[in-house]
Design a protein around this ligand. Structure first.
Ligand SMILES: [Zn+2]
Length: 327
């Protein structure tokens, strides 16, 4: 009897210790990673437009790490996804179309979708542009200014070619920093206004949409983005419902090889949207950006420049580019 109660006591102690450890092991959400309120999808409007977010488009190579692969979709996958969108009667629109629908009530096609590409990888020009043309789609390319013309990144000529082919251009800041970590207002200004003007000067396009590096922003970054003259800004928090309150915290769906198939992802988020659920994830990180949200550490090839290295600073700290297949 005594032995039994001792056993029970030991078991209870073990369970309690386990609970404490489980508590401690649960990743703590960092305050600066939580979108400010009101969040996209909240508020009064219920505009449902999926925004797909692609990064590198290229075949895998042997040396790709798991972290690298989380930002790559192969050309074959992109081809399949665009083919499926075409068959499913999706029509591509731009962030500006979404903004004017929400703010001025302009009409959208029955099944609108925004396709976006970040970081101006040369492989987007090489693989994505021909595929977009093949299916008669347009996309928005968010330009990271400091690396334009560098190895594995597009040149201004190539970016202009995108524009001439009917693609939209957006801004992805000058040096791809964590905007939320920038202390000096002037630095934040350079990353936003400086980058916007640089893209406009090189392309002649009017730049109105921003993609936050690493999808991260806070109230100060949103205010600076509005002051810089942008009319929308995209995060990487997952969701498909948009509202006027959320035009500077637009949610999207990151597309990589591991996120296949697109049909399932869209079905899941569309169902949530139809049920009227806010599809923003408030805790535990951001879908495929969970790695960043939990540890605050970006994938190996994604290390930004220091927060004080604006367009006027030297660019010697740029890290090696994403490895490319030799073809
Ligand atoms: Zn980026």
């Amino acid at each position: 009897m005594k032995f039994r109660s001792s056993c029970i006591l030991v078991l209870v102690t073990l369970c309690l210790t386990g609970a404490v450890f489980a508590q401690a092991a649960k990743p703590q959400t960092q305050p600066h990673l939580i979108p400010p309120e009101p969040r996209d999808g909240e508020g009064t409007a219920t505009t449902i437009v999926p925004i797909l977010i692609y990064h590198a488009i290229r075949p895998f190579i042997e040396s790709d790490t798991r972290a690298d692969r989380r930002y790559i979709a192969t050309p074959q996958t992109l081809d399949e996804e665009l083919a499926w969108l075409k068959q499913s009667d999706y029509v591509t629109i731009s962030p500006d179309d979404l903004v004017s629908h929400i703010t001025a009530g302009t009409a959208l096609p029955p099944k609108p979708i925004i396709i976006s590409f970040d970081d101006d990888w040369e492989n987007q020009y090489r693989y994505a542009l021909p595929l977009l043309k093949k299916y008669g789609f347009t996309a928005t390319f968010y330009i990271w200014v400091a690396v334009v013309g560098r190895k594995h990144h597009m040149t201004w000529e190539e970016i202009n070619e995108l524009s001439q082919a009917g693609m939209q251009l957006g801004c992805h800041t000058y040096t791809h920093p964590y905007l939320t970590r920038i202390k000096k207002d002037e630095t934040l200004q350079r990353e936003l206004v400086g980058a916007k003007r640089a893209i406009e000067a090189h392309t002649g396009a009017k730049i109105t949409s921003l993609a936050y590096p690493f999808g991260q922003y806070n109230a100060r970054v949103v205010a600076a983005t509005k002051a810089a003259g942008f009319t929308s800004a995209r995060s990487t928090w997952p969701g498909v419902v948009h509202s006027e309150e959320g035009l500077f915290s637009l949610t999207g769906l990151i597309r990589t090889e591991s996120e296949k198939p697109l049909e399932d992802t869209l079905q899941k988020y569309m169902a949530l949207a139809q049920e009227g659920q806010a599809t923003v994830v408030h805790e535990g990180g951001v879908a495929t950006h969970q790695f960043d949200a939990v540890s605050g550490t970006p994938p190996a090839y994604f290390v930004p420049l220091g927060p004080d290295s604006g367009p006027d600073a030297g660019q010697t700290s740029l890290r090696p580019p994403l490895r490319q297949p030799s073809q």
